[in-house]
Ligand binder design. Structure first.
Ligand SMILES: N[C@@H](CCC(=O)N[C@@H](CS)C(=O)NCC(=O)O)C(=O)O
Length: 290
């Protein structure tokens, strides 16, 4: 038995991203059950997670249901102290908890005006003053955290912690909506865009179902400002360099081309998430570089 996690569309469900990062970024295995938001899928999946009503909700290996992302963080941290989900230093840990709690409860203007959409980036979203105020508060909080914990990493409280996982969707909004923040805050945003677990989630989000109309905006667009993807392309045919899928070991049924070479996978989703961002997937990169 391992953990299971009910999630929404990866491109749009910011709380699901936070919940999943609490596993993937800390080396904890989890099986996801993905529901499409604005359909009855989530309610259907959550019948097995009573009394939860939102994504993410986890079920622990012993069957305990835990909804609310901050509760998931606390429960995983208690059950897996070696994963260092919170910083081990008491001052840094308390600081990280303050940050996660304020993120959990606040930044309503930013969240409302700029709903997370990992599939696009805009040049300008005409942020109202309330959004600019939220951004100033983020600059203040992030600078304070780095200062008070004397963080020497790119993260807020030393090593990547739950506080950073909680801000990953905000970082993606600042990047996606081209929101104005100071140079230190932008460096923190860029650290998130390059963080391996975030890249994996976004790669899956790029191919995880059709676009949702609710998130569509008519702002002018630009390229995603994160690390550039390798120029992989989905293709037909099964004559790949590998006969076994790099992820599952199962026989190849779907292929991609990359730099004149062809690689195979055992299903369309694993092929397509690799096309979306090949460098996000260590098992594929080991094959590519072999
Ligand atoms: N306070 C909750 C918020 C979770 C939440 O609002 N999740 C959204 C998806 S991002 C959801 O489940 N929406 C479906 C609904 O509300 O019916 C948490 O911390 O996990």
């Amino acid at each position: 038995m391992i953990y299971t996690l009910a999630i929404g569309d990866r491109a749009y469900s910011s709380w699901s991203l936070r919940g999943w990062l609490l596993f993937d970024a800390f080396g904890l295995p989890v099986k996801t059950h993905r529901a499409r938001l604005y359909t009855d899928e989530l309610a259907t999946i959550l019948r097995d997670y009573f009394p939860a009503r939102t994504a993410p909700t986890m079920r622990t290996p012993d069957g305990t249901v835990v909804a609310e992302t901050i509760a998931i963080a606390e429960e995983l941290a208690t059950r897996h102290p070696d994963a260092a989900i919170w910083p081990t230093d008491p001052h840094a840990r308390a600081t990280a908890r303050v940050l996660a709690a304020e993120m959990h409860a606040g930044f309503t203007a930013l969240r409302t005006h700029c709903p997370m959409n990992l599939r696009v980036s805009y040049t300008d979203c005409q942020p109202p003053q309330a959004v600019l105020d939220d951004l100033k508060r983020l600059e203040t909080l992030w600078a304070w955290a780095r200062d008070t914990t004397r963080s020497t990493t790119q993260w807020l409280c030393g090593a990547y912690s739950a506080a950073d996982a909680f801000f990953a969707p905000v970082a993606s909004r600042i990047a996606g909506y081209n929101l104005p923040v100071n140079i230190d805050a932008m460096a923190y945003v860029n650290a998130h865009l390059a963080q391996p677990s975030f890249r994996r989630w976004r790669a899956m989000g790029m191919v995880d179902g059709p676009d949702q109309d609710f998130y569509r905006r008519d702002y002018p667009r630009r390229d995603w400002p994160g690390p550039a993807r390798l120029a992989a392309q989905a293709t037909q045919g099964l004559d790949a360099e590998n006969t076994a899928c790099p992820y599952s070991g199962e026989p190849v049924t779907h292929t991609l081309d990359l730099n004149g070479r062809r690689f195979g996978f055992c299903n369309a989703f694993c092929r397509d998430k690799t096309v979306a961002d090949a460098e996000a997937w260590p098992k594929f990169m080991a094959l590519y570089q072999s």
